[in-house]
Structure formats: C-alpha cells, structure tokens
Ligand binder design. Structure first.
Ligand code: ADP
Ligand code: GLC
Length: 485
C-alpha cells in the first residue's frame, strides 16, 4: 500500500469540464481498489462548496499570495469512500463563473494566482505541515494547474515522490513576466532550465522539468509529443526526459457508461440484445428533429468545438454525403465560429442535420446509444474517451489515426475483418476529403449487415475498465518513490 495524494483541478462529480474531470473522478477509486491509500485535493470552487455543505474544517494554512487564510475542508468523492481535501480560498475559487473562465467565457485574469495558491496548499499538505498527520509517499499531479507542485517540492530536502500527467500538452498555463512577479515565487524559477518558456512563465514546465516521472494518457501521444510537429515547443525537454515518460491509456467508468444499465437511454441493450439499440436510434432522431429514416447512416458527435477536434471540417466533409443519406446529431460547445458554421449546415439540411450547443451529459449518453457511428476527426488526441464509450455502445468509431485514437480502435482492413478483431474506421489525413472518404467507407460497411454487426459486437466486448491502467499507475508511483531525482 502506498499513500498517494492526487492533485487535480477537476474531479467528477464535484467539478468537471471534460476528460480530465472524468479521469480524475474515476482513477482514485480504481487505485483504492488496488489497495492504495488515496486522497484527492481539489480547489474549493463554488460548485464544489454547493454540492457539499457543512464540511468539516481539517486545517488552516497561511500561504503566500492568498490575502486570507486557506482552509482545508474534507468530503468524499461522490458515493465512494475516497477522501477529498478541498482548498477553500473564497477570494480565489468561490466565483459565479466556470472553473477557469467567467460567465462570458473569458479566462479569469488571475488564473496564475489562483493556481499558485492551490499549489502552495498542496505542497504544505504533501509535506504534512497542515497538522493532518498524513503524509503522502507520492503526489500525482495533473495538467498545468498543478505544475508548481513538483517544482516547489523539489526544493524540499526530504519529500514525497512526484508524478506529473500530461492530459493535453497544448495547454501550458503560460503567463507574462509581470504576472510572474505577482506570484511571490522563488526568483530562480524564472529561468530557461526551469519554468521560463520563450520569455514567459509556463506552469506545465514545473511538472515536466521537476517531476520524478512524467506520464501521458496514451503510448502514441507519448511518442508524438517528443516531435517538433506535436510537442508545442516542449518536445526537446520531453526527448531529454524520454526515459521518465510513460504512456498509460485512460480507463472507462462502466458504472456510468454502459448501455446494459444506463438509466438515461431509451432502451437498454448489450452485445446479446443489440436489436434494442434501435429504439435509441429512433429516440434520438425524434428528439433532435431528424427524419425517421431507417437507412440513413446516423453520425453522432459529442465534442468540444476546439481546433484540436477538427469539427471545422464537418461542413466540407459532409457536403458530398447528404445526398447519399447521412444524418448528423451533434452536441458541442466552444468555438463560436465553428458553431455558426454548423448552425448554417443545420439550416441547409433540415431533417438531416441537427445540433445542440452547450454541455449536456444526458444528451451525450443518448447520442452514443442512438448513433450508428461516432465521429472523432481530431487533429491530435492525447487519449480521447468518446471512442472508448462508443465501442461499448455498439456505435462504430470513425476516427483519425492519432494519439489515443490510434491506440484504442482496431482499424477495419481485410485481415481484421477476416479475423473479427476490427472495431472501427481509421483514416490518416487531416483533411475534409479524407474524413469524407472514411464516412463513406462506414456507410458501405453498414450495408454489409453481418460484418457491421461483427464490428459492433467486437467493440462492445472490449474491456477498457480502469483496473489495468490503475495497476500501471501503481507501478509508476513505486518507481517515482525509488528514483527520486
Ligand atoms: P477532451 O477532454 O479533450 O474534451 P475527451 O474525449 O477525453 O476529450 O473527453 C471529453 C468528454 O466530455 C467525453 O466524455 C464527452 O462525452 C464529454 N463532452 C464533450 N463535450 C460535451 C458536451 N457538449 N456535452 C456533454 N458532454 C460533453
Ligand atoms: C484531455 C485530452 C483528451 C483526454 C483527456 C483525459 O482533455 O484532450 O484526449 O482523453 O484529457 O485524459
């Protein structure tokens, strides 16, 4: 048994904006089930405080930058027994807007200060200076918001091991010199060999430079980020640390994502009762205003509308396909320009193209259950969760060959069709033509009913549950403790 503190800016069900929240909501329980003594530490956002009232105050800390004492509160992660420590600094986190941005979607101007306060509090508890009488042997940090933790812990003569996980290298948490000067951090952190990054200060470098081990969320992405094309300027540093860089695929929380016992969808089904997927198809067509066409290839999309996700390619990719009978049910949020192009496409193809904008967990489940294929035309994808869910829902993934998509979908070709291992369509080029061709390939495949059914069933039987990944993290923690830098 190892004592592990998981530092993250999101953990479902308390706080979540995307995949990071889902992963950090499920991994702690999986680690606990592997016999680890796990605690999670989260910022005290308003949504967190509202979900858990009357919390016990465990400690009170004084940290630089915070104008008020920081209280440490305690709750548990959803229905589990995993303890969650909450860094309650109301001036920083108890706000009306989102986790990172205000109600108008503008990043908070003081994000660097907010996560400096958070990281300082994590370090105090990691060093057992808060009076909790529990010191982790390993601190597992996630994404740039936690990058200062390994950097500050590295200055302690005796300290826990540190692991830093990259969920998306494109988000570096980079701020200008003036902002750095307000953070009351050791001046030597602003140096090229430390956290300085092209004339700015990047939180993510704290993790990449100082953590004992660095992980990312798939083996392919671990390789890709060491190349100049995909490393976002950090590839040199990552090549330098390549022996300490490990790719571990995310798991799926099948308690939430399984059509066999999903309370949200119109009809439940599994690999043996695949015909019960049909009512879900009709339900999504009816609910979103699509024509109840039995033959159409119904494409599902649930995604952030960010450059990463390639959704700007949809109008051009689908243009030649409407006449062939495709339908699209899309749920997304993000880029306003992409949204307005998709809205236009919906106006031009009523009954064939439906989109809803905003965040809607229930609709995400219903699209997964109702669609024939699940589309992820990502430019890069560290792991991706949608294609994992889609496989369990018998919804054939059509994905670009990149990152975790390449690692988790078995592409259709002559030999995988013959031996029954194929689970989806994979294409190469980041272009509307290639995407179009991949969708067309799926359309033809679906007409071969027996083969299609085989694809669906093979996907549904695959097991991406957390057990194996959690065991890989346990081994990473052991290595981090033994090989402290
Ligand atoms: P990322 O974290 O890069 O957005 P992932 O595939 O890892 O990508 O995780 C995204 C998760 O968020 C998936 O579970 C997906 O279903 C969900 N999601 C994305 N956009 C929405 C939305 N608009 N409404 C509901 N769920 C969404
Ligand atoms: C990031 C990535 C996504 C990954 C998720 C969880 O948001 O974009 O690919 O699945 O983190 O690790």
């Amino acid at each position: 048994m190892q004592k592990v503190l998981i530092a993250t800016s999101e953990a479902h069900p308390l706080a979540k904006t995307g995949g990071l929240g889902e992963v950090c909501g499920a991994l702690p329980l999986a680690l606990q089930q592997c016999g680890q003594d796990v605690r999670v530490i989260l910022p005290g956002y308003r949504t967190v405080l509202e979900q858990c009232r009357n919390l016990r105050v465990l400690a009170q800390l004084t940290v630089p930058v915070s104008l008020e004492p920081v209280r440490i509160l305690e709750t548990t992660l959803g229905e589990t027994t995993v303890p969650v420590l909450i860094v309650d600094a109301p001036g920083m986190f108890d706000r009306a807007g989102g986790l990172y941005a205000d109600l108008d979607g503008r990043d908070y101007a003081d994000n660097a200060n907010r996560y400096t306060v958070y990281c300082r509090a994590v370090v105090e508890l990691a060093m057992d200076r808060g009076g909790l009488y529990w010191q982790p042997e390993v601190v597992h940090c996630h994404d740039w918001q936690t990058g200062l933790v390994p950097a500050l812990l590295a200055r302690e003569p005796v300290r826990p091991g540190t692991v830093f996980t990259i969920h998306n290298i494109a988000y570096a948490g980079s701020f200008d010199r003036e902002r750095f000067d307000t953070l009351q951090l050791p001046a030597d952190l602003y140096a090229p060999g430390s956290m300085e990054f092209y004339g700015r200060f990047a939180f993510i470098k704290g993790g990449l430079v100082y953590a004992d081990l660095v992980t990312t969320v798939s083996p392919s992405y671990a390789r890709e980020i060491q190349t100049p094309e995909m490393g976002c300027g950090l590839d040199g540093l990552l090549r330098h640390r390549s022996r300490d860089l490990v790719g571990i695929i995310n798991g799926v929380n099948y308690a939430v994502w399984d059509p066999a016992n999903d309370p949200i969808i119109a009809a439940r089904y599994d690999a043996g009762t695949l015909e019960n997927k049909r009512p879900n198809r009709r339900a999504i067509q009816r609910d979103t205003g699509l024509r109840e066409d039995e033959d159409a290839l119904l494409i599902g999309v649930v995604s952030r509308l960010a450059h990463q996700k390639g959704m700007d390619l949809l109008p051009a990719a689908l243009a030649p396909l409407w006449a062939q009978g495709v339908q699209l049910a899309l749920l997304g949020s993000g880029d306003a320009q992409v949204q307005s192009e998709i809205e236009r496409m919906c106006r031009e193809h009523p009954g064939r193209c439906a989109a809803q904008f905003g965040y809607d967990d229930a609709l995400a489940h219903r699209i997964l259950a109702g669609a024939d294929v699940f589309l992820m035309p990502s430019r890069y994808e560290p792991c991706g969760l949608g294609q994992l869910y889609a496989q369990r829902y018998g919804t054939v993934p059509v994905v670009r060959r990149t990152g975790g998509l390449a690692d988790t979908v078995v592409p259709v070709n002559a030999s995988t069709l013959a031996d029954g291992t194929a689970t989806g369509v994979i294409y190469e080029d980041d272009s509307a033509e290639a995407l179009s061709a991949a969708i067309l390939a799926a359309m033809y495949l679906r007409r071969a009913a027996a083969q299609w059914r085989q694809l669906q069933i093979t996907g549904m039987r695959r097991d991406f549950s957390w057990g194996e990944s959690a065991r890989a993290y346990v081994e990473v923690y052991r290595r981090a403790r033994v090989h402290r830098r």
